[in-house]
Design a protein around this ligand. Structure first.
Ligand SMILES: Cc1cc2nc3c(=O)[nH]c(=O)nc-3n(C[C@H](O)[C@H](O)[C@H](O)COP(=O)(O)OP(=O)(O)OC[C@H]3O[C@@H](n4cnc5c(N)ncnc54)[C@H](O)[C@@H]3O)c2cc1C
Length: 317
């Protein structure tokens, strides 16, 4: 309930202005966002890599409305990839069960590359980023946004995969269609990130009750772990992580044949624990100045984070 209220309020421009200009927002943002530019993103990546973790970087921004903005986002990714390559962070790791598993890769939102007003432009931009990534030995994963974009994103993914088969997909367990999509995508070499889903979706397309979403996650995970692809299990949920470890044993998958993924700043001790246990753990590292939409989704996931906001506010008084 509170989740829906926060996600609905997040669409109000008044709330956006209030949150973006409140001085305490900076402290809260720092917990979830690695910094505003390539340099800070690189420093965070280096620190995580030194701690034995893998990374996927997201240049923040979504719902781009002009070709110039979309082009600027593409350029930011090209700059980031060049910097990662220069720092030696894009080399593929050993293993990977037949797919490229680089220390650092990038995640991108097609809506930031123009999907809402020109799908072909978004695809062209994404293709350029995939080419730059491939030249450095690394990969791209296409984030999944609200359900009105799912078909378009999966279509673009399948075209990108013709030239860049390592391009990762994201599927959201809260969508009723996702079990079917998992079956389609559980093919050899296919990197698929499974997450619960972070947008406010209507009942006819998405499960609403957390228990239903969790049960769907387990069904989808079973399909991916039984399949031939490379599952990327994106969750902080201790129960789902334990079930994933159980399924890995059941389906005889070694630790280099799937990975866990978590968000920057969320359950860092668990990230370290899983890495120490021999798992590949990839941290999703967002950076940039357009943090509003990302931050609101993180607050909606865990309303307790609002208390964090509140404490920051009180400590500033
Ligand atoms: C690597 C990665 C990539 C993602 N990519 C996408 C995407 O492309 N599209 C999309 O729709 N969604 C994406 N998500 C978000 C995802 O859909 C969920 O909204 C988010 O991960 C929370 O779900 P959960 O599985 O962690 O379970 P939850 O039930 O939400 O959380 C389980 C536990 O994790 C901790 N936790 C979870 N969220 C927070 C938080 N915000 N702050 C503090 N603690 C928290 C708490 O301890 C909580 O009890 C991604 C998530 C990850 C980890």
């Amino acid at each position: 309930m509170l989740r829906s209220v926060i996600l609905a309020a997040a669409r109000s421009q008044k709330v956006e202005r209030l949150v973006e200009t409140a001085p305490v927002s900076r402290d809260v943002v720092k917990r979830f966002v690695a910094g505003s530019g390539t340099g800070e993103a690189l420093a965070a990546t280096r620190q995580l890599a030194d701690a034995g973790l893998c990374i996927t970087l997201d240049n923040l921004g979504e719902d781009t409305l002009t070709a110039e903005q979309a082009n600027a986002t593409k350029e930011a990714y090209l700059e980031l990839l060049a910097a990662l390559g220069h720092a030696g962070l894009t080399a593929p790791k050993e293993g990977g069960g037949g797919v490229t598993v680089a220390t650092a890769e990038v995640s991108l939102k097609l809506s930031a590359l123009g999907q809402a007003f020109d799908e072909q432009l978004a695809e062209k931009n994404a293709r350029e980023i995939c080419e730059a990534a491939a030249a450095l030995g690394t990969t791209v994963t296409l984030d999944m946004e609200d359900h009105t974009t799912t078909d378009s994103t999966l279509d673009i993914l399948s075209r990108l995969r013709r030239d860049h088969p390592g391009t990762g997909a994201v599927l959201q367990a809260y969508l009723r269609r996702t079990e079917g999509d998992c079956r389609e995508l559980a093919t050899a070499g296919s990197r698929v990130r499974l997450c619960k889903g972070a947008y406010k979706e209507p009942e006819h397309v998405a499960y609403q009750a957390p228990l239903e979403v969790d049960k769907s996650y387990v069904r989808c995970m079973n399909i991916l772990m039984a399949g031939e692809g490379y599952p990327m299990l994106a969750t902080h949920d201790p129960r789902l992580i334990a079930i994933a470890q159980d399924r890995a044993r059941w389906f005889d998958r070694s630790p280099d044949e799937f990975e866990f993924q978590m968000l920057y700043g969320i359950r860092p001790e668990e990230q370290a624990r899983l890495a120490r246990a021999g798992h590949t753990v990839r941290v999703y590292v967002p950076y940039g100045t357009e943090w509003y939409g990302y931050l609101m989704r993180r607050l909606a996931e865990r309303p307790a984070n609002l208390a964090f906001f509140g404490r920051a506010l009180i400590s500033k008084k």
